[in-house]
Design a protein around this ligand. Structure first.
Ligand code: ADP
Length: 323
């Protein structure tokens, strides 16, 4: 293998640049040429390919975003789009590909592998829902961003004796809400994976008020139904009996930005270097992961077979701490 490609695809997160840097530098270390593909599968279809050098990834380890750009590419769902992608790979003499992304991007990578192309995936999503890794790139930084906000919201909530609904990202995944709820000392966490009745939520708020707490903080995952705003409207109607007045903060895209944490920089560097090694040694068709503090390989097929759920141990821990 002489020349490999790397792309970032799907949802962005703060660990992408450190990961690109690791792939490029590890590739060069192993005597490979590394081609950067812009805008994920979109650039792969249209041939947006450029050679990367050790210098072209200089100074990016502490920069959020992705220097390659990322995108969602509807054409790639179709065989014709993937044929065009294979043509680009062929045209540029690329013999192996590293795909950095979440479940969707890794499913796309699996399709390329099924078409006979050597590809290794790197799990990178703030949802932490990829199988074959304990933690994906970007999760730790997003959690730290949320905690920073939660601590600040607690200050203002306490000053005014308010209940706050803080919405975190996660359309199908409650991981960020659950872990930031535990680490941020929330009174309650609402996630799509666990059913919670409206009366339970009212009870939690009222109970916090009666016990003399200065605030009540509820972390709500974006994918929880009927949704943060709908819940807020229902709670406002009951405000008199709940004690606290209710406010909402949706953290939104701030969770995807910023410089990667120390943990994410190290994880991204480890997995980026491991992906290159895997490609060289015939490990195509896998994702590299971090399981029990060890680099592992898991077949792409298993990695994307279903969305990983938050562990029951964390769900139980959150319930124990919500006192
Ligand atoms: P993420 O990688 O963050 O989960 P998406 O689910 O949006 O993001 O997927 C990113 C891109 O990966 C899609 O726009 C598409 O190009 C490709 N992709 C996703 N699912 C598939 C699939 N089943 N088959 C082929 N390509 C896919």
């Amino acid at each position: 293998m002489k020349r490999i490609g790397v792309l970032t695809s799907g949802g962005d997160n703060p660990g992408l640049n450190p990961c690109i840097r690791a792939v490029v530098r590890a590739g060069i270390h192993h005597g490979l040429e590394v081609m950067g593909i812009r805008r994920g599968y979109t650039g792969l279809l249209s041939g947006e390919v450029e050679e990367m050098t050790a210098r072209s990834v200089g100074g990016i380890i502490g920069r959020g975003g992705t220097i390659l750009g990322t995108a969602r590419c509807p054409e790639f769902y179709k065989p014709r789009g993937r044929r065009d992608a294979l043509r680009t790979l062929n045209r540029f003499g690329i013999e192996g590909l590293v795909v950095i992304g979440g479940n969707g991007s890794l499913t796309g990578a699996l399709e390329l592998w099924r078409a006979g192309f050597p590809v290794v995936g790197i799990p990178s999503t703030i949802d932490n829902d990829v199988n074959g890794t304990d933690i994906s790139i970007g999760v730790d930084t997003a959690l730290n961003t949320i905690l920073d906000a939660v601590d600040k919201i607690k200050d203002t909530a306490s000053s005014h004796n308010r209940a706050f609904l803080v919405e975190t990202m996660g359309r199908n995944s409650g991981y960020l809400a659950l872990v930031s709820g535990i680490a941020g000392g929330a009174e309650m966490v609402l996630i799509p994976e666990v059913e919670t009745k409206f009366e339970e939520i009212c009870h939690t708020i009222e109970d916090a008020y009666v016990r003399g707490k200065s605030h009540c903080l509820i972390i709500v995952a974006e994918g929880w139904r009927p949704g943060t705003q709908a819940l807020a409207r229902q709670l406002v109607e009951r405000q008199e009996e709940l004690g606290f007045s209710v406010r909402v903060t949706q953290l939104g895209h701030v969770q995807r930005g910023g410089a990667a944490s120390a943990f994410d920089r190290l994880l991204a560097t480890r997995l980026g270097a491991a992906a290159v090694k895997a490609l060289i040694s015939g490990g195509g068709g896998n994702i590299v992961g971090w399981v029990r503090s060890t680099i592992t390989l898991t077949p792409l097929e298993e990695a994307v077979a279903f969305d990983k759920q938050p562990s029951p141990e964390l769900v139980e821990l959150a319930e124990i701490m919500e006192k």
